[in-house]
Ligand binder design. Structure first.
Ligand code: GRF
Length: 203
C-alpha cells in the first residue's frame, strides 16, 4: 500500500510558497506529495503552477454554496476523497471553517509573513504586514509557521525566523526578503510534519 503523506495546499494568489513545496516534494526533501491544491480564487496564479506540476487544482468559494454547512461538507468530502493527511495554508486569504479545523485538528498549518503575535490577526496579512512593519520602523520582522485553530494567527507556533528590516526598505523590498526565507522555512517544517505523519501512518 502506498502510504505516502498526502498534502493539500490552500492558496489565494501567486503561489510562490506552493511552488517551493511542490519542488521540495519532487526532489524528495519533503516526504509527501501535493495531492490537491485548493484556491479561493479562480485567478490565482498558483492554479497554473499546480496544473504545470500535474496536480489537481480546485476553486473553492463558500459563496458558491447555498449555506455554510453545504460549503463545509463539500470541502470535507474533497479532502477525504483525496485522502489528505496534512493541509498547508500558503497565502490563503480565507478563514478555514471550524468543521474543517475540527476534522483536521493539529494537521493544518499556516505561514505568516511576520513575527507573531505582533502584526497578526484579522486584516493583517500579506502586504499589510510589511506596510505596518515599515511604518512602525521595526528593525526586524520575520516568518512564523503555526498550527491553525479557530482564531486568526493564534495556534501553536512551530517555527519562526527573523529577517532584518533596513531603514530604506519599502514594503515591496521587505516582502521579497521575507519571501526568500518563507520558501526555505515552510518546506523545512513540512518535512518534519510529514515525517511524523508517515510514522503514524505506518504504525
Ligand atoms: C506570503 O507572504 C505568505 O506568508 C502570506 O501570503 C504570501 C503568499 O505568497 N500568507 P505566495 O502566494 O506564496 O507567493
Amino acid at each position: 500500500m502506498n502510504d505516502r503523506v498526502r498534502l493539500a495546499v490552500f492558496i489565494s494568489g501567486s503561489g510562490s510558497n506552493l511552488q517551493s513545496i511542490i519542488d521540495r516534494c519532487a526532489d524528495g526533501t519533503i516526504p509527501a506529495e501535493v495531492a490537491l491544491v485548493v484556491s479561493s480564487s479562480p485567478e490565482a496564479y498558483g492554479l497554473v503552477r499546480a496544473e504545470q506540476a500535474g496536480i489537481e487544482g480546485v476553486v473553492y468559494r463558500r459563496k458558491d454554496f447555498p449555506d455554510g454547512q453545504a460549503a463545509d461538507e463539500h470541502l470535507l468530502s474533497l479532502l477525504e476523497s483525496h485522502r489528505i493527511d496534512l493541509i498547508a495554508l500558503a497565502g490563503y486569504l480565507k478563514m478555514v471553517a471550524p468543521a474543517v479545523i475540527t476534522r483536521y485538528r493539529g494537521k493544518i498549518v499556516n505561514i505568516h509573513p511576520g513575527l507573531l503575535p505582533k502584526y497578526g490577526g484579522k486584516g493583517m496579512y500579506g502586504h499589510f504586514v510589511h506596510e505596518a512593519v515599515v511604518k512602525a520602523k521595526e528593525k526586524e520582522t520575520g516568518v512564523t509557521i503555526h498550527v491553525v485553530d479557530e482564531i486568526y494567527d493564534h495556534g501553536a507556533i512551530l517555527a519562526c525566523e527573523k529577517v532584518p528590516v533596513f531603514p530604506e526598505d519599502t514594503p515591496d523590498e521587505l516582502a521579497r526578503r521575507v519571501l526568500k526565507v518563507e520558501h526555505v522555512l515552510y518546506p523545512r517544517v513540512l518535512k518534519e510534519l510529514s515525517e511524523k505523519i508517515a510514522k503514524e501512518k505506518s504504525s
